[in-house]
Design a protein around this ligand. Structure first.
Ligand code: ADP
Ligand code: MG
Length: 261
């Protein structure tokens, strides 16, 4: 994938909610195929970055390009939206739709695709995440873990002609928060599998060290609206940078203090 445009490039991107400046002129570059973890304390703006990249909210200032194309609209207002898939912190399935309808949602918008074709792709994607014969169920008939896997199946849905760029940008918001270590390992495997399958670039937001280390090549530390540290996973493990040290060891003293944001 050399010579390809970066999956993400921001130039002094900022967003404020009233007085609160959540992101302050951040410059993020993600090459195609790269796997990045963004870490930082609660409220530091990690979900906000993902929502901007997914086209759900607009920045207050600055520029954003995805796969080399400048983004100025919310995604639904765009004619040729880039292929960006956000897996939310909670599975965010639509409660009144069946699993099949939830997963096939994106394909149903394309009127050229037959019902049979959509059904087949949905079944394949559910099988990829280890779910069988649940197409007709409603989300609340499944366990939390199964719902989470359905949300991954939704990110796997791919149909070549839907997008110009066939290598999507995958965004995962706290995918293993609140899970036990074994369930976390399964979800981490699933993130890697999803990534390999769609040959995507990914950004994982997480507090969980195993998730950061098992799913990503690079780490960025966000705090107080700025990127404070960036490096490889190996550097992240060894770094004595005060932000990284405090985060990794869960220390109360250090540069990150509750009232600053
Ligand atoms: P994180 O995901 O790192 O925990 P968020 O990105 O969710 O943090 O939020 C960053 C900050 O922005 C928080 O202080 C939060 O309260 C604020 N915020 C997020 N969304 C909104 C919104 N829609 N309106 C007002 N403030 C918001
Ligand atoms: Mg968040």
């Amino acid at each position: 994938m050399k010579n390809s445009k970066p999956a993400v490039e921001t130039n002094n991107l900022s967003i404020s909610w009233g007085e609160l400046n959540v992101l302050n002129k951040i410059n993020l570059k993600l090459k195609e195929g790269e796997k990045l973890a963004i870490v930082g304390p609660s409220g530091s703006g990690k979900s906000t970055i993902l929502k901007i990249l997914a086209g759900l909210i607009l920045p207050t200032e600055g520029e954003l390009s995805i796969f080399g194309e400048k983004q100025t609209y919310l995604r639904l207002d765009q004619n040729n939206p880039p292929d960006v898939r956000l897996v939310f912190q909670n599975p965010a399935l639509l409660g009144s739709l069946t699993i099949e309808e939830n997963v096939g949602f994106i394909l149903q918008r394309n009127k050229k695709l037959s019902k049979k074709f959509i059904k087949e792709i949905v079944r394949e994607c559910l099988e990829e995440v280890g779910l069988f014969n649940i197409e007709k169920k409603l989300p609340n008939e499944l366990s939390g873990g199964m719902q989470k896997r359905v949300s991954f199946a939704r990110a796997l849905i791919t149909e070549k002609n839907l997008y110009k760029n066939n290598h999507p940008l995958l965004l995962f918001d706290e995918p293993t928060a609140g899970l036990d270590p074994i369930a976390s390992s399964r979800i981490e495997d699933l993130i890697n599998k999803t990534n390999n399958k769609v040959k995507g670039s990914s950004i994982v937001v997480s507090h969980v060290l195993s998730t950061i280390e098992r799913t990503s090549d690079k780490v960025i530390m966000l705090y107080g609206g700025k990127f404070r540290w960036a490096g490889s996973i190996d550097e992240f493990k060894r770094s004595n940078d005060p932000y990284v040290f405090q985060f990794r060891n869960g220390k109360l003293d250090g540069p990150m203090q509750p009232k600053e944001i």
